[in-house]
Ligand binder design. Structure first.
Ligand code: SDX
Length: 390
């Protein structure tokens, strides 16, 4: 009746209007965290340094970073009761479900100290989540493969502690692989933030109600798990394996995608904002050959992915729709080469994205203008009607 269309009703929500954290130019394929180009951060920085940058707006001094790293190391242990939480779940549970549930359960151990407006509480909760999310993730992995949980070793770096919890075991000492450490730290940087995507908007919306940070992150993890969002990195590997195992070949698969047969999509392609090559995908692709060679892995799926990209980028169907590889297209091949099972890929995305989620939650909760989010709708249902006999 108003002549307005659904497009006139955006996600009108004071929890998600402006932000100082991340800048994306989808036409140019530009991504900057607090003004720093992603290419420079991926090359020169570390996951924890970028986490500080996203949270506090500038690069930390050496002392600030050292203290930040030290505080995180001192919070890696989970409460022993929380460890028993995992035994209640089936080993077939998807690690993303375990992650979200465990983060929600984590809040019950600290409920009294997560006031969204108390700076001390926010800082302490952020340290706890940065420290414990990787441990919970590694325990979800160990649970799924029936192996014993290890205790964190805080003499190791953030990434090496995480790798040891995943790939170490009780029978022998874990040997650090510098290629693995550097590659994973770089991939985590590439995932740390991406403006107000679906999962970050979820974290902001939940946080805008006054819910605590644990609840907001738990919700963000669930939003990320969808195959159209973070779950795409797992879906890409399934897609590549299906093309390989079916013998259908890349060209025939692409034709099925163009016919939209059974809703099939070229997973890892397309983006709501990037109408050009996702700068993160470019960086991941550039490092894929180097990382796999460094790990001594030769995977036909990487060649398949490159062939798929080549055909798609030359095809008018994808060019007309401005569909390019996104961050999820090549990451799975590297995660697989690292030794992670497919169902852990989106968990790795979540660990990467945690600092961005928290930076947005903190920015919003510290802004006195923030009010509860309330998306508007355009009503297109029945006009008023009378109940029979009323
Ligand atoms: C992430 O927002 C973020 O920043 C997210 C993220 C982050 O860091 O947080 O970057 C992470 O989620 C990356 C995206 C991962 N998802 C996938 O790779 C799943 C496959 N991609 C698509 O589902 C899709 O491209 C989306 C969901 C990513 C974007 O969808 P849009 O913007 O709503 O695009 P659309 O569905 O309107 O598509 C426009 C056209 C349609 O064709 P027509 O109806 O015009 O004929 O392009 C087609 C779509 O069918 N299309 C695809 C396609 N993506 C879009 N066709 C085949 N394969 C695809 N992947």
């Amino acid at each position: 009746q108003t002549g307005l269309t659904a497009l006139d009703y955006g996600f009108v929500n004071t929890a998600s209007t402006q932000s100082e954290i991340t800048y994306i130019d989808g036409e140019q394929g530009i991504l900057r965290y607090r003004g720093f180009p992603i290419e420079q951060l991926a090359q020169h920085s570390t996951y924890l340094e970028v986490a500080w940058l996203l949270l506090y707006g500038s690069l930390p001094t050496a002392d600030e970073l050292g203290e930040f790293d030290e505080r995180i190391r001192r919070h890696t242990l989970l409460h022993e009761d929380l460890k028993r939480f995992f035994s209640a779940l089936p080993h077939t549970a998807h690690p993303m479900s375990v992650l979200s549930s465990a983060v929600s359960a984590l809040s019950t151990f600290y409920e009294d100290s997560s006031d969204p407006h108390d700076l001390h509480d926010i800082e302490l909760t952020m340290i706890r989540l940065l420290a414990k999310l990787p441990v919970i993730a590694a325990y979800a992995h160990k649970k799924s493969i029936g192996q014993a949980f290890l205790y964190p070793d805080n003499s190791l770096s953030f990434v090496d502690n995480f790798l040891r919890l995943n790939f170490g075991n009780m029978a022998e000492p874990y040997v650090i692989d510098p290629v693995l450490s550097k590659a994973l730290d770089r991939l985590l940087i590439l995932h740390e933030d991406h403006e107000q995507n679906a999962s970050t908007s979820t974290v902001r919306l939940v946080g805008s109600t006054g819910a605590n940070l644990y609840a907001s992150i738990s919700a963000g993890i669930q939003a990320l798990s969808g195959p159209l969002h973070g779950g795409a990195n797992e879906a890409v590997l399934q897609m590549l394996a299906q093309i390989r195992d079916s013998g259908e070949g890349v060209a025939k698969f692409v034709e099925r995608v163009k016919r939209k047969e059974d809703g099939v999509k070229l997973m890892g392609f397309g983006h709501r904002v990037y109408k050009n090559y996702d700068p993160r995908a470019r960086l991941v692709k550039e490092s894929a050959d180097e990382v796999l060679a460094g790990l001594g892995v030769n995977d036909q799926l990487l060649d398949l992915a490159k062939e798929l990209e080549q055909i798609a980028l030359e095809d008018d169907y994808f060019k007309e729709r401005r569909l390019y590889p996104n961050v999820d297209f090549y990451t799975g091949v590297i995660y697989k080469a690292m030794g992670f099972p497919m169902r852990m890929f989106t968990v790795l995305f979540a660990i990467g994205r945690l600092p961005g989620w928290m930076a947005h939650w903190r920015e919003m909760n510290l802004d006195p203008q923030t009010k509860i989010g309330r998306p508007q709708q355009l009503y297109v249902g029945e006009p008023e009607r009378r109940y029979p006999g009323a």
